[in-house]
Design a protein around this ligand. Structure first.
Ligand SMILES: Cc1cc2nc3c(=O)[nH]c(=O)nc-3n(C[C@H](O)[C@H](O)[C@H](O)COP(=O)(O)OP(=O)(O)OC[C@H]3O[C@@H](n4cnc5c(N)ncnc54)[C@H](O)[C@@H]3O)c2cc1C
Ligand SMILES: *[C@@H]1O[C@H](CO)[C@@H](O)[C@H](O)[C@H]1NC(C)=O
Ligand SMILES: *[C@@H]1O[C@H](CO)[C@@H](O)[C@H](O)[C@H]1NC(C)=O
Ligand SMILES: *[C@@H]1O[C@H](CO)[C@@H](O)[C@H](O)[C@H]1NC(C)=O
Ligand SMILES: *[C@@H]1O[C@H](CO)[C@@H](O)[C@H](O)[C@H]1NC(C)=O
Ligand SMILES: *[C@@H]1O[C@H](CO)[C@@H](O)[C@H](O)[C@H]1NC(C)=O
Ligand SMILES: *[C@@H]1O[C@H](CO)[C@@H](O)[C@H](O)[C@H]1NC(C)=O
Ligand SMILES: *[C@@H]1O[C@H](CO)[C@@H](O)[C@H](O)[C@H]1NC(C)=O
Ligand SMILES: *[C@@H]1O[C@H](CO)[C@@H](O)[C@H](O)[C@H]1NC(C)=O
Length: 466
């Protein structure tokens, strides 16, 4: 897929501000009915006067910080079930000066798929979620509104030896996830989800507007072989068990292992056995694409063999004994968070790691974590193959995360400031000129264009867009 995925997203995000007037509301709805040539579209349209408007809006909001009374709300939500509904929505939005936000799974860290500072309509793809798997030819067509969990589930329901290399969180939408890269436990062997896209159905600007480039409706994806059993193991070490030294060593090997072996690290504070004493833990979360007999004897910890789909249940945050049916569940949850990302090209010295622990001891960091995901493997994929430049030369990626409770959301600044301080602290240890970041861990603090004046030369200083 050579189409410019990030420029697409970019255009959607920073779309041109059109003349807008709220009074076009009525006309907009009439326009939709007219253009879809079929009254049935009214069953798919919600304005604030529909009682289920709020439930529909909230259903796919993953960062509750963008679901407060003061968050700007869409003037209208359209949940198309046919391609022509999307075309009609784009045409009418263009005509009536309404910006369009497109939502697939709603996991955007900054809520950009369902929040805008200017009057907007929400094109919610929740009803476009068909998945058809062709096992014989090892591909599938999946619509953007389907979730990653559903894709895994339907592949596994037909074959124990095929899978797909996308992310871990089951509720992520295909539309946003694939278009920003999409990585998971098989990235070292098979690359990103986006590396395995064969074709797309795109509705482009000729079919409508709102200043956007287009809406991806469906994706043809290459399925990849997985062994009938994979092996899982997790090793946890706290500071008293030399976590820092082991983590330091991990940086020299994690990207060099055989590509069948994936070992990521979660750095977080834990309450140790002694009451009231806190310590820090590095949890080495591992997946081996093979049976346990083949796994290096140095991995002495408890190892469990299971099907690939069960390993995805585990990495999605459930017990590996849980039925894969859990992957089909979807719906609102409450989580207030801020995330940032970094790429690491040289091992961080022990003293640098100790400084991270120190920051994780701060009280704002009680639920904070850093997730370190190893690179290596498919580093031969060129920086310009698709608009995802983070390839050779990276040892691992870091995701920095902090979260807080609903009560604390009245004043989230102290948490946001904590993660900013951590990010500043990391500066000398991570990629520079430019400091790289993962598009799918959207972080508006990195910078954005001014609404109404998008400029690629201004944007190009961020490096990941060219
Ligand atoms: C809890 C959690 C866990 C995560 N885990 C991982 C992980 O393991 N690996 C990983 O790589 N990432 C991960 N992410 C990040 C995730 O990949 C991104 O948030 C991704 O954008 C989510 O896609 P979505 O469809 O759910 O998002 P949305 O919020 O719906 O969309 C994100 C962006 O894409 C645009 N967009 C959405 N659909 C379309 C479409 N059909 N056509 C055009 N534009 C569209 C939206 O307008 C928005 O700008 C995680 C995120 C969360 C919240
Ligand atoms: C309108 O579209 C629906 C499908 O969304 C279809 O079932 C129905 O027959 C259509 N009606 C007309 C009059 O075309
Ligand atoms: C929302 O309300 C309008 C006006 O009453 C109605 O035409 C439409 O069908 C409602 N939408 C849904 C999804 O029920
Ligand atoms: C949308 O507008 C384009 C260009 O004017 C037109 O060709 C197309 O038929 C329209 N589609 C719908 C569904 O209104
Ligand atoms: C989705 O799949 C169903 C059943 O296979 C089919 O009837 C329907 O037309 C498909 N919808 C789209 C939009 O492809
Ligand atoms: C930690 O490292 C020291 C020195 O290398 C060693 O003596 C000790 O046994 C290690 N502790 C654990 C729990 O591995
Ligand atoms: C807490 O842990 C530290 C480091 O291991 C130790 O020095 C201290 O005695 C512990 N405190 C309590 C109250 O157990
Ligand atoms: C998978 O692993 C389980 C548990 O070790 C084992 O019982 C089973 O025979 C293995 N299945 C295959 C197909 O290898
Ligand atoms: C938009 O950016 C250009 C180039 O930076 C500048 O000359 C122009 O004044 C800007 N326009 C607005 C409305 O800000």
């Amino acid at each position: 897929m050579k189409l410019s995925v990030s420029s697409l997203i970019f255009a959607l995000l920073f779309s041109f501000l059109l003349e807008t007037s709220a009074s076009t509301d009525e006309n907009f709805l009439q326009c939709l009915t007219l253009h879809s040539g079929n009254d049935s579209i009214s069953k798919l349209i919600y304005t604030s006067s529909n009682s289920s408007y709020s439930a529909v809006l909230k259903f796919d909001i993953r960062n509750t910080g963008f679901s407060t009374p003061s968050t700007p709300k869409p003037q209208v939500i359209v949940t198309p079930s046919l391609i022509s509904h999307i075309q009609a929505t784009l045409n009418c939005s263009l005509k009536h000066g309404l910006q369009v936000r497109v939502r697939s799974g709603g996991h955007d860290y900054e809520g950009l798929s369902y929040v805008s500072p200017v009057p907007f309509g929400l094109l919610d793809l929740i009803n476009l979620r068909n998945i058809s798997v062709d096992i014989e030819n090892s591909f599938a067509w999946v619509q953007s509104g389907a979730t990653v969990g559903e894709v895994y589930y339907w592949i596994a329901s037909k074959s124990r030896t095929l899978g797909f290399p996308a992310g871990l969180c089951r509720t992520m939408g295909i539309g946003g996830h694939f278009s920003g890269g999409g990585y998971g436990t098989m990235m070292r062997k098979y690359g990103l989800a986006a590396d395995n896209v064969l074709d797309t159905h795109l509705i482009d600007v000729k079919g409508g507007g709102g200043g956007s480039f287009g809406v991806i409706v469906a994706w043809k994806i290459q399925l990849v072989p997985v062994p009938s059993n994979v092996t899982m193991f997790t090793v946890k070490r706290n500071l008293e068990q030399n976590a820092t030294k082991i983590l330091h060593r991990w940086q020299y090997v994690a990207d060099k292992f055989d590509t069948d072996l994936f070992i990521r690290v979660v750095m977080t504070g834990i309450n140790s056995c002694q009451e009231g004493n806190r310590t820090m833990q590095a949890s080495f979360n591992s997946l081996y694409l093979g049976g346990k007999d083949k796994l290096l004897p140095l991995m002495q910890e408890k190892r469990t063999e299971m099907s690939w789909i069960q390993s995805m249940v585990y990495f999605a945050g459930f017990s590996s004994e849980q039925s894969p049916d859990i992957l089909l569940t979807r719906g609102p949850s409450i989580l207030y968070f801020k995330g940032k990302s970094d790429y690491v090209k040289n091992p961080i010295p022990e003293i640098g790691l100790e400084g991270i622990w120190q920051r994780l001891y701060e009280k704002e960091a009680s639920t904070a974590m850093l997730i370190l995901t190893p690179y290596g493997g498919r580093s031969e994929i060129s920086e310009s193959s698709i608009p995802f430049p983070h390839r050779a030369g990276n040892i691992y990626k870091i995701q920095h995360l902090v979260s807080w409770s609903e009560e604390e959301n009245a004043a989230p600044e102290k948490y946001v400031n904590w993660i900013r301080r951590l990010y500043d602290y990391m500066t000398p240890y991570v990629s520079q000129s430019p400091r790289e970041a993962y598009l799918n861990y959207r972080d508006l603090a990195i910078g954005k264009n001014n609404e109404g004046n998008t400029s690629s030369s201004q944007a190009s200083i961020w490096g990941c867009w060219m």
